[in-house]
Each structure stands twice: as C-alpha cells, then as structure tokens.
Design a protein around this ligand. Structure first.
Ligand code: HEC
Length: 294
C-alpha cells in the first residue's frame, strides 16, 4: 500500500479531505469557514501536526520492526512490496470482501440439486458490493420519503423560487438605500422609450396640476415651446425640477420627493414634448433657448 501512497501524497491528501470536510460541515455563510472562524485554521494546523507526528512514529516503528526480521523474512517482504497493486494482499482481501466469490474447487458445495437438461445452478451469495448498494438505496429512499413526502421539505423548484424571491427583495432593499448618483453635471437626455414612459408616469402624478396633461401650461408655464424662464436643455430643466423655480412662483423643489434618477426621466420626458404645440397653450415665456455648441 505504502508504495502507492507515499508520504508526500498521503499527508496532503488526508489534510485536504479534512479541510474540505470542515468547509462542508461548518455553516459559515458566504465566507469560507477558515476565514470566518480563525479557530478553524488553528484546528487545521493541529491536524497537520498530528499527521506529521504520526508519519514520524510510523517510520520509526517500521524501522524497528524491520531490524527484527530475519534475512529470510526481509527478502519475503521485499518481494511483497514489489508486487503489482492487483496482487497485493490488500487488494486481494478487498476484492474478496466485496464479491465473496468461492473458489472453483469449492463448487461442489454450492451446486443446487436441480438440473434442467444438464444446466445446473450454483447457490452463490449475493455479492456484498451489490447488497450494500441496495441497502444504501433503501436508506436513501426512506430518508427521501420522510423528508419530502412526510415532512414536506422544499423541493428544488420551491427552493429556487424562494431564493429568487428573497434576492428580489434584497435588490429592492438595496435600491432604496443605494446612493442615487445622478446630478446636474452628469445628467444626460434619455431617449429610451421605457425611460420616457416612466417619465410620463411621474409627470402625470406630480406635474399635470400646474402644467396640464399636455404640458401646454396653466399655473406653470408652457413646457412645449422653445422659450424657457429658467433655461432649456436637459441640465437646466433637470436643475429646475430638482431645485424648484424662482421663490414664490409655485414651482417647488422636487428632489426630496422624486429620486434624482427619476427626475432625469421626467426632465427627458418634458423635453420630448418640445414642439408638440398643444391646443390653447399658454403664451411663451422667457428666452428662446439655444443648445450651446460644445
Ligand atoms: C404647484 C404648481 C406646479 C407643479 C405641481 C409643478 N410645477 Fe413646474 N412650474 C410651476 C411654475 C409656477 C413654474 C414657473 C417657475 C418660475 O417662474 O420660476 C414652473 C416651472 C417649471 C419648469 C421651468 C419652465 C421654464 O420655462 O423654465 C419646468 C421644467 C417645470 N416647471 C417642470 C415641472 C415638472 C417636471 C413638474 C412635476 C414634477 C412640475 N413642474 C410641477 C408650477 C408647478
């Protein structure tokens, strides 16, 4: 055996098995266990230390045992050590345990007493590898039955749906508190239909009372012409909605009520109405706005 698992394979192998077993069984959330619990590192080191100590002790006892062997036995051992793997006692024993086959010379004891036109049958035992697999299946089926059909644990689809729903809530939660980075300097005109539709919805809830549904103007000025009191272009319009109009005129600051990124949408929507020329709109007010060339 030792030949196939020399010390430099054996120790790392056992160590990794132990390591992954710990990772698997310790519930440490989204971080690896050894990061979350420093004690795990300590235990791993301890385990490594034990492994190395065991190797040293093994080596020493082996040396002592070897020195006690006679010349004859030593030669015998050398032969055994150099056997191909399938002929080692370890492998042979393992196979015997797994299949429990009987030698051909012992078939007399196994033969069953019926005879079908010369065809006879041997009463071999079921091979243990098969029997254990079968027991394993029964145990699995039983646990499965109890978990999913009696206790009603979630199946994979439900698990998936639950996790997706949780993630959705988390995303919404995050969006609520995430800093909204839109400001006067960064704001750009949106042209995407979905953004404009969102802008329209915001306009209809908050702005129509003073600007009219077609933005032709009532208490507030006409927003569809090319004249602006407070400046045209997306940056100025965004700024007007964010900060409000001149004091006492009625146009409040909306930044506490509407998120800046939504104000960008409603500003883009307002600008998309340029030149729509609604019926009996308010007369233009302010200066004609020319987009600065840059
Ligand atoms: C309470 C009435 C009222 C509401 C509600 C209102 N506004 Fe105004 N709005 C005004 C008034 C009045 C002015 C003119 C401000 C001034 O003269 O300084 C104005 C000015 C504006 C201007 C600048 C027009 C220009 O010529 O420079 C824009 C753009 C604007 N509003 C957009 C909106 C948007 C978008 C909403 C909805 C989020 C909104 N307003 C809601 C009354 C209102």
């Amino acid at each position: 055996m030792k030949k196939y698992f020399p010390v430099y394979v054996r120790v790392p192998l056992l160590f990794s098995i132990f390591f992954f077993a710990m990772e698997f069984f310790i519930d440490s959330g989204d971080k690896p266990a050894f990061v979350k619990y420093p004690i795990v590192i300590l235990i791993l080191f301890l385990f490594l230390f034990v492994l190395i100590a065991m190797e040293i002790v093994l080596k020493a006892t082996n040396n002592i045992l070897n020195s006690l062997l006679t010349e004859e036995q030593r030669k015998q051992k050398e032969i055994e050590d150099n056997l191909p793997f399938t002929q080692t006692p370890f492998y042979q024993n393992l196979m015997q345990k797994l299949v429990r086959s009987r030698k051909i010379e012992e078939e007399d004891e196994l033969i069953m007493d019926h005879d079908y036109d010369g065809i006879k049958e041997l009463d071999n035992v079921l091979p243990p590898w098969w029997v254990y697999l079968f027991y394993g299946c029964i145990a699995f089926a039983f646990i499965y039955l109890v978990r999913f059909h009696i206790l009603g644990h979630d199946d994979q689809t439900t698990e998936f749906e639950k996790e997706m729903a949780e993630a959705k809530i988390a995303v919404e939660e995050y969006k609520k508190t995430a800093p909204d980075v839109m400001d006067k300097e960064k704001v750009t005109l949106l042209t995407d239909a979905a953004d404009l539709a969102a802008g329209k919805a915001i306009f209809e809830t908050n702005c129509v009372a003073c600007h009219r549904a077609d933005a032709g103007g009532a208490i507030g000025p006409n927003l569809t012409d090319n004249q602006w009191i407070l400046g045209g272009g997306v940056k100025n319009v965004f700024n007007t909605i964010m900060e409000g109009g001149r004091a006492g005129k009625g146009m409040v600051s909306w930044k506490e009520i509407i998120k800046p990124s939504d104000i960008q949408k409603v500003a883009s929507y307002v600008l998309s109405l340029q030149g729509t020329n609604p019926a009996d709109a308010k007369a233009p007010e302010g200066e004609v706005w020319e987009e600065p060339a840059n």
